[in-house]
Design a protein around this ligand. Structure first.
Ligand code: FES
Ligand code: FES
Length: 156
C-alpha cells in the first residue's frame, strides 16, 4: 500500500492506505480524528470540512493522494479546552449550536474565512458559510458568533 505523508494539526503524519480513499475516512478511521463529521458524503453539507492550507475543504470529497505534503487542520487542531480558539468561545457565548453536528465543519469554514478576511461583513460570513448546512436552523446565531469572534480577535 503506498504511503501518503502530510502534516495533520502540525504533526508529521504518514498513512498507508489506498490513495483514492476519501480523506474523511482516513481521518475518522486510521487517525482517530472524529471531529470532522460524515453528513452527505457528497460535498453538499460541509459537516466534514477541514482546512487544507488556508482553504476550507470537504474531506469526504478529497482523495487521500491529493493532500500529500499539505497542511491539514481539523477541529482538533483549532483550539483546546484550555486554550480555545476565539471562534469556539464566541460560539459558546452566542449559544450558536443546538445538536452540534454541523459545528466542527462550520468552525473550519469560519476559521478559513477569518484567515483571509479578519474583518468580514455579515454578508461575507453568510457567503463563506453558504455551503455549510445546519438542520437545527442555528444559522443566524452562527453568523453572530463568527462576527463576535472577528471583533474579539481584532481587539487583541
Ligand atoms: S459529508 Fe462532506 S460535505 Fe457532507
Ligand atoms: S446545530 Fe444541529 S445541525 Fe447545526
Amino acid at each position: 500500500m503506498p504511503s501518503v505523508r502530510f502534516r495533520l494539526n502540525g504533526v508529521e503524519t504518514s498513512v498507508d492506505a489506498d490513495p483514492d480513499r476519501p480523506l474523511l475516512d482516513i481521518l475518522r478511521g486510521q487517525l482517530g480524528m472524529t471531529g470532522p463529521h460524515f453528513g452527505c458524503g457528497a460535498n453538499e453539507c460541509g459537516a466534514c470540512n477541514v482546512m487544507i492550507g488556508d482553504q476550507a475543504v470537504a474531506s469526504c470529497d478529497t482523495p487521500l493522494w491529493s493532500v500529500a505534503d499539505k497542511d491539514i487542520t481539523t477541529i482538533e487542531g483549532l483550539g483546546t479546552s484550555e486554550h480555545p480558539h476565539p471562534l469556539q468561545t464566541a460560539f459558546i457565548a452566542e449559544q450558536a449550536l443546538q445538536c452540534g453536528y454541523c459545528i466542527p465543519g462550520i468552525l473550519m469554514s469560519a476559521a478559513a474565512l477569518l484567515k483571509k478576511n479578519p474583518d468580514p461583513s455579515d454578508a461575507n460570513v453568510r457567503a463563506a458559510l453558504d455551503r455549510n448546512l445546519c438542520r437545527c436552523g442555528s444559522h443566524n446565531r452562527i453568523v453572530k458568533a463568527v462576527l463576535r469572534a472577528a471583533a474579539e480577535m481584532a481587539a487583541r
